[in-house]
Structure formats: C-alpha cells, structure tokens
Design a binder for this molecule. Structure first.
Ligand SMILES: NC(=O)c1ccc[n+]([C@@H]2O[C@H](COP(=O)([O-])OP(=O)(O)OC[C@H]3O[C@@H](n4cnc5c(N)ncnc54)[C@H](OP(=O)(O)O)[C@@H]3O)[C@@H](O)[C@H]2O)c1
Length: 337
C-alpha cells in the first residue's frame, strides 16, 4: 500500500541543517475532507528560503513550527479531490511541503491548478514559473531594480535559479550584464550559454578588481542575492542614483539567529543617493499572470534559458538543502521524491 512520507522539523538548525533537526514519518495517506485535495508530489523546489523558515529570526512568513511538515514549493498531481475546483489528474503547483502525498486545503497552501497541456516538465515549471525562481527575477529586476537600456546591471549567485534569469531579463531590456558566480564552469555557463557580458569567479578572483574591469562606467543596478563581502564590493562601485534590488542574503542563512555584520560600505547609499529596496516575491502575487505570460513567451522565443539540477529520492531532501546553500549544484535545484 502506498504511504505518505514526510519530514517534520523537530529542532531549529544551529548552523547547517542537521539530519537530527528533522523527523521522517511514514503514515497512511489521509483522505481529503470537503474543500481539500490529496496530491502526489512529483517534484519539489529546493529553495534557500526553506533554511530561513526553519529558523525563528524575524521573517516574512511565520517560521515552520516545531512538529510541522517542512514547508516547500512543489508540483504534483491530484489523486483525490473534495474541492469543486480541482479534479483527479489535475497538475498543481503550490506549497505541497516535504511530503510525498499531502492532503491540503488549496487556498491555505497557495495551490493552483496548472493549465492543461502546459508544455513544461515539472522541473521546468519550478525553474521558470515557480514563485521562487522566474517571478522573483521578473518583479525583483523590472519593478524594484527598474533597469534602463544601456545601464550596467550586476547580479550575484548568477548561475543560480534567480540570478540566471535576472541576467537574461537584463539582456532582454538592453543592459550590460555582469554576473558573479563560484567556479570556472559556472562562469562559463553564465557568459557562453546565458549570454551575460562577463562573469567574475568569486572563488578564485578578486571581486573588486573584476568589477573594476568589467564595469568601467560603474554599476547602475545591483540585484543582490548574497550579501557579505561581495555586496560591499558592489556598493563601492554604485553610480549616482543607482538601485539595489535586495532579493536575498544567502551568505548568512546558515548563521540564522546570530548577528550578521555589514554592509560596511553603508555610507555609499548616502554618497551616491542609492535606492535600496528589499522585496519578497509575494508582494507581487496579484500580478503573477503578467510574469507568467512574459516568462513563457521569452522562453518560447529562446531568450530565456533555464537549467535544472534534478535529484531523486525523498530521503535525500535534507542533504539537497545543505548542498544548495553550499553551492553544490548547477542551475535550479529540484528533487523528485
Ligand atoms: N526575495 C524573494 O522573494 C526571493 C525569492 C526567491 C529567492 N530569493 C533569494 O534569492 C537568492 C538566490 O536564490 P536561488 O534559489 O536562486 O538560489 P541559487 O542561486 O540557485 O543557489 C544558491 C547559490 O548561492 C550562492 N552562494 C551561497 N553562499 C554564498 C556565499 N557565501 N558567497 C557567494 N555566493 C554564495 C551559490 O552560488 P555559486 O554556486 O555561484 O557559488 C549557490 O549556488 C537567495 O538569497 C534567496 O534567498 C529571494
């Protein structure tokens, strides 16, 4: 008999997630009550924010409660439905959690049916249309960063799920785009496959010197995913009236709960009259249709490429999250349970 496997959070990680912070369960599948659906999870998105949710630092959603199933975005297929808007066989996207056969209330879990016949694999749905990938890049760059043709855009974590799309959208909008990524293979992917103008390998090169070389006219827009010393080097080179779209600070996620220093070059916000704006993709939830339409069209036209690193095996979820935060993956990390 098929069972529902799940991971609950039983203690808050101190540093890197440890297996002992989670408990694995195997239980009978719960039949949906009226208004609920039961889904078979086919692909889970491994996102840095899951590590934030596991901590209890002040954040944009309630932290995952101790004893609760780990929150996570995923794609699945409806197996049983007690909800009038969902039929058995519908492909859905939403917060399915780290669970192979969750039973949930769609509105409470942000679960929506995907259009029938959408010509994208589950992994591509997550890398292009999943809230934490395409829409984050789309709104974070276009609405918050407000790039103009001819401007210089710098994005870090440039080979990753969000950064890779940010740079490509920047190119669509006519920017000069410089990425920052870890290692020669990722940098080559960013320039040769994704079409960025340059990419700095932060693991082997001096980021400040690289920015001086590749951004001779300074930086107009920074799409910030990382924080720490990389962000400080970018801040030093921002132009008058520049914009920082603050998307993430991944360098500090495993430090959650401890004070994180910096940025040290904070004074540049004053000297260069910068606009630094944090955003969460949920701020734009009412406009997802617009993002979806543009992302799908650009992908169909060959202007947006995505790369998925697809892992298998439900029990490897904790290790997948650790590897994401270490950068031990290439492209958008997803897992088929
Ligand atoms: N604001 C929002 O609504 C929103 C939504 C989604 C994501 N985000 C944020 O966007 C950022 C990127 O997320 P993602 O899903 O696209 O992840 P990703 O870029 O696919 O993967 C994470 C990457 O972060 C880089 N990284 C980790 N620690 C680093 C460090 N100390 N210094 C430099 N680089 C480091 C690594 O890059 P290399 O492989 O190049 O070493 C790693 O591959 C994260 O900060 C995430 O929290 C924000």
């Amino acid at each position: 008999m098929t069972t529902n496997r799940s991971f609950t959070l039983i203690s808050r990680p101190n540093g890197e997630l440890s297996d002992s912070d989670l408990q694995r369960h195997e239980q009978p599948i719960t039949a949906p009550a009226e208004g609920q659906i039961q889904v078979r999870t086919t692909c889970l998105s491994i996102d840095p924010t899951i590590r934030i949710w596991m901590s209890d630092v002040p954040q944009y959603m309630p932290p995952i409660g101790l004893g609760e199933v780990v929150r996570g975005l995923g794609v699945g297929v409806v197996e049983q439905s007690g909800h009038p808007d969902f039929a058995v066989g519908d492909r859905v996207l939403g917060l399915l959690g780290w669970s192979t056969h969750p039973t949930l209330t769609p509105a409470l879990s942000g679960v929506q049916a995907l259009p029938a016949g959408l010509p994208l694999s589950d992994a591509k749905v997550l890398s292009l249309l999943g809230l934490t990938a395409g829409p984050t890049a789309y709104f974070g760059l276009l609405e918050v960063g407000q790039p103009r043709a001819g401007e210089t855009l710098v994005v870090d974590a440039a080979a990753g799920a969000v950064g890779s799309l940010v740079g490509q959208i920047g190119k669509i909008k006519g920017c000069r785009v410089v990425g920052i990524a870890g290692g020669p293979e990722k940098c080559a992917y960013v320039t040769d496959t994704l079409g960025f103008d340059a990419c700095i390998d932060y693991k082997s090169a001096d980021v400040g010197k690289g920015l001086d070389e590749h951004c001779p006219d300074g930086i107009d827009v920074c799409f910030e995913n990382v924080g720490g010393p990389i962000f400080d080097e970018i801040l030093l080179r921002m132009n008058l009236g520049g914009r920082v779209s603050l998307c993430g600070l991944i360098a500090a996620y495993n430090e959650a709960g401890k004070p994180v220093p910096g940025p040290y070059n904070f004074g540049m916000i004053l000297m260069r009259r910068l606009r630094v704006q944090g955003f969460i993709v949920l701020d734009f939830i009412d406009r997802m249709g617009q993002a979806t339409a543009d992302l799908v069209q650009w992908a169909a036209e060959g202007k947006l490429k995505t790369l998925e690193d697809v892992r298998q095996g439900f029990d490897t979820l904790p290790e997948a999250l650790r590897q994401l935060l270490r950068g031990e993956k290439h492209g958008k990390l997803v897992l088929e349970p």
